[in-house]
Design a protein around this ligand. Structure first.
Ligand SMILES: *[C@@H]1O[C@H](CO)[C@@H](O)[C@H](O)[C@H]1NC(C)=O
Ligand SMILES: *[C@@H]1O[C@H](CO)[C@@H](O)[C@H](O)[C@H]1NC(C)=O
Ligand SMILES: *[C@@H]1O[C@H](CO)[C@@H](O)[C@H](O)[C@H]1NC(C)=O
Ligand SMILES: *[C@@H]1O[C@H](CO)[C@@H](O)[C@H](O)[C@H]1NC(C)=O
Ligand SMILES: *[C@@H]1O[C@H](CO)[C@@H](O)[C@H](O)[C@H]1NC(C)=O
Ligand SMILES: *[C@@H]1O[C@H](CO)[C@@H](O)[C@H](O)[C@H]1NC(C)=O
Ligand SMILES: *[C@@H]1O[C@H](CO)[C@@H](O)[C@H](O)[C@H]1NC(C)=O
Ligand SMILES: *[C@@H]1O[C@H](CO)[C@@H](O)[C@H](O)[C@H]1NC(C)=O
Ligand SMILES: *[C@@H]1O[C@H](CO)[C@@H](O)[C@H](O)[C@H]1NC(C)=O
Ligand SMILES: *[C@@H]1O[C@H](CO)[C@@H](O)[C@H](O)[C@H]1NC(C)=O
Ligand SMILES: *[C@@H]1O[C@H](CO)[C@@H](O)[C@H](O)[C@H]1NC(C)=O
Length: 481
C-alpha cells in the first residue's frame, strides 16, 4: 500500500497538528464572542459586494474570518475591513446594519467602495469612540458629516473622500486631536474651512480638493495654532479666493501643495517664507529676497495656466533645471536667446503658446535634451541643427507653419532678411496690462524671479536630487483679467 509519497510524508500526528493549527489558529482560538459574531454576520449581509472580495465567513470562530481582527486577550472585534476596492463591475446597493455600532471596541473600520446609495452618515458613528481608522472612501454616503464624529477623539485617519457630502465640515472636527490624515476630497462640501482644523496639531496630510469650499485661502493657513506637521495639502478645485498668505511659511514640514483651479487667487502680495532643511526663501512683492540654492530647482511645471507675456529670460539662470513645462499658456515673444545655459535640461515643452521669432541656435547646447516640444507656436525660420536636435522629429515642431528645414518638409527658401529675429521690445514690458506687470516685475527683478521659481521648486523638490513634488498653480492670474 505504501506509495512513494508516503515515504516522505511527515508523521501523521504532526499532520494532524498542522491541520488543527491551520483551522484554529491559536491566537484566536475560542476568542470569538457570540454576540459580536452575530453582529458581524448582519453587517456583512448588508454589504453584498463583499462577497466578490472576501471568502464566505464560516465556522464559529469569527476572529479567524478574513477582514475581522480580534483583541487576542479580550476577544472583542477590533478591526473590521469590508472594503471592496477596487470595485469590480456595478456596485450593489448596501445598507449599514445599525448593530455595527455595538462593536464598541473597534479600532479600525473600513467599508470603502461599498455603495450605501446616498444614505446619510449615521450619527451613531460617534459611539465608536475607540476608532483610530475610519475609512469610508467612495461609499456614496451623502448629506452632512454628523457632529458626533467629533466624539472619535482617538481617530488617526479619516477618509471620507469620493462621497456626496454636501454640507459644511462641522466644527467638532476640532476634537479629533490625534488626527494625522484627513481625506475629504471629491465631495460637495460647502462653507469655509472650519477654524477648528487649526487645533489639529498632529495633522500631516489633508486633502479637500474637488469640493465647493469657499472663503479666503489665507484663513486656511492662518489656522494653525501649533507647530504644523503638515506635509501634504491639496486644496485644488474649490472656491477659495484671496491671496496666498505669508503664513504658508509657517508650514515648515510642507512637501507638497497644490492650489490648482482655485477661484480667483491673487498672485499679488506674495510673501512666502519657506524653511526646509536646507533652504530659506523669502519672496515679497516688494522684492525682498533671500535664497540659498538655485541648484534646488530641478522641475517647473506651469503648464495649462493663463500665463502671458514673454518667457522671463532670467529663467535661464536656473542652471539645475531638468524639466520645464510651460505648455498651454499665452507666452509670447521669443524663446530666450540663452536657453542653452540650462544645460541640464532633459525635457522642454513650450508647446501651445504664442511664441514667435526664430528658434535660437543656442538650443543645440542642450546636450541632455530628450524631450522637446515647440509645437503650436508662431515660430519662424530654420530649425537649428545640432547633435542632440537631430533626434527630434517633425512632431516637436508641428503647428509652426513658418518653420523650415530638417526635419520638416518645408524647405527653407534662403531669404532670412524678413525674419524678425527680434529681441523682446522693452516697451512690451511696460504695458499697463496686469499680466505684463507681473512678468515685468519678474523680468526686472532678478531676485523676484529666483525667489518665485525657487519657491515653486522648494515646494516641488525637497531634495535637489529628487523630482518629487509638483506645484500646479492653475489660472493663478485670473484676478488680473
Ligand atoms: C496579541 O496582540 C499583541 C498586539 O496586538 C501582540 O503584540 C501579541 O503578540 C499578541 N499575542 C498573541 C499571543 O498573539
Ligand atoms: C460620545 O462618547 C461618549 C463616551 O466617550 C458616549 O457616552 C456618547 O454616547 C458618545 N456620543 C455619541 C453621540 O455617540
Ligand atoms: C501627536 O503626536 C505625538 C507624537 O507623535 C503624540 O505624543 C501626541 O499624543 C499626539 N497627539 C496630540 C494631541 O498632540
Ligand atoms: C472671497 O469670496 C467671498 C465669498 O465666497 C467674498 O465674500 C470675499 O469678498 C472674497 N474675497 C476676495 C478677496 O475676493
Ligand atoms: C517689504 O517687505 C518687507 C519684508 O517682507 C516688509 O517688512 C516691508 O514693510 C515691505 N515694504 C513695503 C514698502 O511694502
Ligand atoms: C506639459 O504639460 C502638458 C499639459 O499639462 C502635458 O500635456 C504635456 O505632456 C507636458 N509635457 C511634458 C513633456 O511632460
Ligand atoms: C549659448 O549662449 C550662451 C550665452 O549666450 C553662450 O555662453 C553659449 O556658448 C551659447 N551656446 C551655443 C551653442 O551657442
Ligand atoms: C512628418 O514627417 C513625415 C516624414 O518624415 C511625414 O510623413 C509626416 O506627414 C510629417 N508630419 C507632419 C505633421 O508634418
Ligand atoms: C507636442 O505637443 C503637441 C500638442 O500637444 C502634440 O500633438 C505633439 O505630438 C507633441 N510632440 C511631441 C514630440 O511630443
Ligand atoms: C540664412 O541664415 C542661415 C543661418 O541663420 C545661414 O546659414 C544662411 O546662409 C542664410 N541664408 C541667406 C540666403 O542669407
Ligand atoms: C485668460 O486670460 C485672458 C486674458 O489674457 C482672459 O480673457 C481669460 O478670461 C482668461 N481665461 C481664464 C480661464 O481665466
Amino acid at each position: 500500500m505504501a506509495s512513494p509519497a508516503d515515504a516522505t510524508a511527515p508523521n501523521p500526528f504532526l499532520s494532524l497538528f498542522l491541520i488543527i493549527t491551520l483551522l484554529f489558529p491559536s491566537k484566536s482560538m475560542d476568542l470569538c464572542i457570540e454576540k459580536e459574531r452575530e453582529v458581524l454576520l448582519s453587517v456583512r449581509a448588508g454589504v453584498p459586494d463583499a462577497d466578490k472580495q472576501l471568502p464566505p465567513w464560516s465556522g464559529h470562530d469569527c476572529c479567524s474570518w478574513e477582514g475581522v481582527g480580534c483583541n487576542n486577550i479580550t476577544g472583542h472585534v477590533v478591526t473590521l475591513d469590508l472594503s471592496v476596492c477596487p470595485v469590480i463591475g456595478p456596485r450593489a446597493p448596501a445598507k449599514l446594519h445599525s448593530s455595527l455600532f455595538d462593536l464598541k471596541h473597534l479600532h479600525e473600520l473600513d467599508l470603502s467602495c461599498n455603495n450605501f446609495y446616498g444614505a446619510p452618515l449615521p450619527e451613531l458613528i460617534g459611539s465608536l469612540t475607540m476608532l483610530k481608522y475610519l475609512h469610508l472612501y467612495s461609499t456614496a454616503f451623502s448629506g452632512k458629516i454628523p457632529h458626533q464624529l467629533g466624539n472619535l477623539s482617538n481617530l488617526l485617519s479619516l477618509d471620507l473622500s469620493h462621497n456626496y457630502i454636501s454640507e459644511e465640515i462641522p466644527e467638532s472636527i476640532g476634537n479629533l486631536k490625534n488626527l494625522q490624515f484627513l481625506y475629504m476630497s471629491n465631495n460637495k462640501i460647502i462653507g469655509a474651512i472650519p477654524g477648528a482644523l487649526g487645533s489639529l496639531c498632529n495633522l500631516s496630510r489633508i486633502t479637500l480638493s474637488h469640493n465647493r469650499i469657499a472663503g479666503e485661502l489665507v484663513d486656511f493657513f492662518e489656522l494653525s495654532r501649533c507647530k504644523s506637521r503638515l506635509t501634504y495639502i491639496d486644496l485644488c478645485s474649490n472656491q477659495l479666493n484671496g491671496s496666498v498668505p505669508t503664513s504658508l511659511g509657517k508650514l515648515s514640514a510642507l512637501e507638497y501643495l497644490t492650489l490648482t483651479k482655485l477661484n480667483g487667487l491673487h498672485l499679488e502680495n506674495i510673501i512666502f517664507k519657506i524653511f526646509n532643511e536646507d533652504n530659506i526663501i523669502l519672496i515679497a512683492k516688494n522684492l525682498t529676497l533671500h535664497f540659498t540654492s538655485l541648484a534646488l530647482v530641478t522641475s517647473i511645471d506651469l503648464s495649462n495656466n493663463n500665463l502671458s507675456g514673454p518667457i522671463p529670460r532670467e529663467l535661464t539662470n536656473l542652471r539645475g533645471l531638468h524639466f520645464l513645462n510651460l505648455s498651454s499658456n499665452h507666452f509670447s515673444g521669443n524663446i530666450p536667446e540663452n536657453i542653452g545655459f540650462m544645460n541640464q535640461l532633459e525635457s522642454l515643452d513650450l508647446s501651445k503658446n504664442q511664441l514667435s521669432g526664430r528658434i535660437p541656435s543656442n538650443i543645440s547646447a542642450l546636450n541632455f535634451l530628450s524631450v522637446l516640444n515647440l509645437s503650436y507656436n508662431n515660430l519662424v525660420g530654420e530649425v537649428p541643427t545640432g547633435s542632440q536636435l537631430r533626434t527630434f522629429t517633425n512632431w516637436s515642431y508641428i503647428g509652426n507653419p513658418k518653420l523650415c528645414g530638417e526635419p520638416l518638409q518645408n524647405k527653407c527658401l534662403g531669404d532670412n532678411s524678413t525674419i524678425d529675429n527680434g529681441v523682446t521690445k522693452e516697451e512690451d514690458r511696460h504695458e499697463d496690462d496686469e499680466y505684463e506687470r507681473i512678468w515685468y516685475l519678474i523680468g526686472f527683478a532678478l531676485g523676484f524671479v529666483f525667489g518665485f521659481w525657487g519657491f515653486m521648486a522648494t515646494v516641488m523638490i525637497k531634495k535637489s536630487t529628487r523630482i518629487k513634488y509638483i506645484l500646479l498653480i492653475d489660472r493663478i492670474c485670473v484676478c488680473f483679467a
